[in-house]
Design a protein around this ligand. Structure first.
Ligand code: ARG
Length: 246
């Protein structure tokens, strides 16, 4: 019943121990993904992930510091310790899971499509878009890109740095469709009524989860128990309703 020296060494190295010692939780996210992380009118980053990060930091008794990081550099930033955790609506994929560990999913979403209104009734699902006459826009390096390449490989693909640039192509008539996560598309469609049409039936299965560096069982244990706690005690529901029920 005595802790071994190697157990202590593991805890010494744990990101969780470093967070507590440092007195701050450093979170990588990429603002622009409604309603998880986005800029408010004052330029502050707000959203579902941000509120979850705030309550987490509070539970740890530390300050929260947000690191806005471009999507294509977000896993490298975590791996080089620019932050402790990615809380950025990241879908668990087998490929990403080779590089990082994921806590249990905090929400499940799927890919959906925004189409140009002129295609209403013509394009009814992703299957109809799998045609060389259509141009699809999405964001570089996201699961929308993976899904489009896999399921709509015959269509032309345009990739953009940000989701807003990609969605704008449909509004401008430069692309026929925009493929992206349902929560983002639902908000975008509501904000751009008449300019885009939402096909809201998700056609992929995507659990979103917090990502951390590998080899850190202590931090992973904290995160999974923390998530179970907030899901059970009403904290999660409160934050969910704030951002998902308008
Ligand atoms: N769920 C998608 C993915 O993992 C998109 C996430 C984009 N997140 C963001 N903060 N921009 O690829």
């Amino acid at each position: 019943g005595v802790a071994s020296a190697s157990d202590n060494a593991l805890w010494e190295k744990s990101t969780l121990n470093q967070i507590v010692k440092r007195g701050s939780l450093e979170v990588c996210l990429e603002a622009g993904y409604m309603p998880f992380e986005m800029r408010d009118k004052g330029g502050r980053i707000v959203g579902f992930d941000v509120d979850m990060a705030k309550t987490m930091a509070h539970a740890m008794g530390v300050k929260l510091s947000l690191r806005n990081t471009a999507w294509d550099g977000i896993i490298p930033a975590l791996l080089t310790s620019k932050c402790d955790i990615i809380m950025s609506g990241m879908t668990i994929t087998a490929q990403r899971n080779l590089k990082v560990n994921f806590a249990n999913p905090y929400i499940v979403i799927g890919q959906t499509i925004l189409i140009n209104p002129k295609l209403k009734g013509i394009v009814k699902s992703y299957k109809d878009l799998n045609n060389p006459k259509y141009t699809i826009a999405t964001k570089l390096g996201v699961t929308g890109e993976i899904a489009t390449k896999k399921l709509m490989s015959k269509a032309k693909l345009q990739l953009f740095e940000t989701e807003s640039e990609a969605a704008l192509q449909v509004v401008n008539g430069k692309a026929d469709a925009f493929v992206y996560d349902l929560p983002y598309n639902a908000i975008y469609a509501a904000q751009n009524e008449g300019k885009v049409d939402l096909l809201d039936k998700p056609f992929t299965y995507e659990p979103l989860a917090w990502a951390i560096r590998k080899g850190d069982p202590d931090f992973l244990n904290f995160l999974n128990n923390y998530l179970a706690q907030v899901k059970g005690d009403g904290t999660y529901d409160k934050i969910y309703h704030k951002w998902f029920k308008t």
